[in-house]
Design a protein around this ligand. Structure first.
Ligand code: SF4
Length: 115
């Protein structure tokens, strides 16, 4: 597939989506990390953190969440915010047993455990 593009991965989301197994999240992360194009990839961590912090509703799709986050944060912060939310969700606001006791933003959270 990449051969079609002379062994270079294109920086065009319309071309990237034609690659097998590549979805919107992957495209956004790739464009942001590799080409420094502002984008917010919504993975499982970003989705969970967004919902817990009321940045999105529980029934919002990942696409809706992505659009809400894009409105919420300035364009030049999208890549950084994505990474912050991924790391926060992976190591602190985990799906199971989130570390609410030490959470500095628990006042914003709908999911916080009672301490
Ligand atoms: S209080 Fe707990 S669930 Fe809420 S954002 Fe912090 S770690 Fe996550």
């Amino acid at each position: 597939m990449v051969d079609k593009y002379n062994c270079k991965v294109p920086c065009d989301e319309h071309k990237l989506i034609s690659f097998p197994g590549v979805g919107r999240k992957t495209i956004n992360v790739f464009l942001s990390e590799f080409y420094n194009i502002p984008a917010i990839g919504v993975d499982t961590h970003v989705e969970r953190v967004s919902k817990r912090l009321r940045l999105a509703k529980n029934n919002d799709s990942v696409l809706v969440i992505e659009k809400k986050l894009m409105k919420k944060f300035p364009r030049d912060e999208w890549g950084r915010r994505h990474l912050q939310m991924v790391l926060f969700g992976r190591y602190h606001c985990k799906a199971v047993k989130p570390e609410c006791e030490n959470c500095k933003i628990r006042n914003l959270c709908v999911k916080k455990k009672k301490i």
